[in-house]
Design a protein around this ligand. Structure first.
Ligand SMILES: [Mn+2]
Length: 338
């Protein structure tokens, strides 16, 4: 797996020592990035035009995959998740209705603009500062096309920073965030990486992209995690008090006075009994029904969402966690589309 992490960076180091003019490299990188954004832009445009022609759609979920795993502190398998989640969404073992009756095979409910070609861009030696900008730009290209709203398939949790940044910048103000996770992901910096999947919410709060941040499912938190939570005014709901907090969490109303609500679901918010295919197995988590009860009862205008940290390399042979991640995506689709 370390092969993926070293790809691109290794290449770049080689090119630097070979004394190749930096302009040459930069021009080539620009062309690859332009080509990547062009495909996403044109697919989003086509889907937007289609939905506007059909009419009567206020908001429609659009899948955007971000197969990025190298900012993970442990395993990099989430880079392989987006195609597995798509496969499970359309798996013949289940029908295409969501629990509350939305039809996923109706393009007014769900469309897809494909993946940000993360590995191909990194293979050209593009660093993370630029890569994060490409991810933000891709999200904005989806939002450009009313009524499309991004439903992002991770990837490790580092992708939530560029996605939320784009959503907030595009809407012109902060959002409220409902973040389901075993971990708060709010270290100032983790193992020297400011883009670490353990630091994404520190970047989001520093940037002023969120007003309220509610973290639910937390059961692996350090002193720094609590201190950073206090520093940024994060509402941290830990699993040890879930039975007490449950009623409140199943009656949430978010997004008043801000530009909307963003939902970020780390699959490890679930107990590993429900979702074994994650990098960080942390017992004592939410049940799948707990998560659905929170989502179904949430009163909010959901402007975008992500499902992250599904690791296919740790899944059962029959792909159980892929189905779990896919059902989270299906139910989020129902929450966004109207
Ligand atoms: Mn987590």
């Amino acid at each position: 797996m370390s092969i993926i992490g070293k790809r691109g960076v290794h290449y770049l180091q080689k090119l630097k020592t070979a004394n190749i003019p930096p302009e040459l490299l930069e021009k080539g990188q620009n062309r690859v990035i332009d080509a990547s954004l062009t495909l996403i832009r044109e697919r989003a445009k086509l889907k937007g035009e289609l939905l506007r022609a059909l009419g009567g759609v206020k908001a429609s979920s659009t899948l955007l995959g971000v197969p990025l795993g190298h900012n993970s502190s442990f395993l990099q398998g989430p880079a392989f998740a987006p195609p597995r989640i798509r496969e499970a969404i359309w798996c013949g073992s289940t029908n295409s209705s969501t629990e509350e009756g939305k039809e996923l095979n109706d393009p007014r409910v769900l469309t897809d603009v494909g993946d940000v070609p993360v590995q191909e861009i990194r293979d050209c030696g593009v660093d993370d500062d630029r890569l994060m900008n490409v991810i933000s730009e891709s999200v904005k290209l989806v939002m450009e096309e009313d009524p499309l709203r991004p439903l992002v398939l991770g990837g490790d949790h580092s992708i939530s920073f560029p996605v939320v940044r784009a959503v907030s910048e595009k809407l012109g103000g902060p959002v409220d965030i409902l973040h389901l996770d075993a971990h708060p992901d709010i270290y100032h910096c983790f193992e020297g990486n400011k883009y670490s999947h353990a630091s994404s919410f520190a970047r989001i709060m520093e940037g002023g992209y969120a007003r309220r941040l509610l973290q639910v499912g937390i059961r692996s938190i350090t002193k720094e995690g609590r201190e950073q939570g206090k520093r940024f005014g994060v509402e941290q709901y830990e699993m040890r008090t879930f039975s007490r907090d449950r009623q409140l969490l199943e009656n949430l109303k978010l997004g008043e006075g801000v530009k909307g609500v963003y939902i970020s679901i780390d699959v490890d918010c679930l107990d590993p009994a429900f979702a074994p295919g994650v990098s960080h197995i942390e017992p004592g988590g939410l049940s799948f029904r707990n998560v659905l009860d929170i989502l179904h009862n949430l009163q909010a205008d959901v402007v975008a969402a992500d499902v992250v940290e599904f690791n296919p390399q740790r899944d059962t042979v029959d792909g159980m966690t892929a189905m779990v991640a896919a059902k989270l995506v299906r139910e989020l689709t129902a929450k966004i589309s109207k």
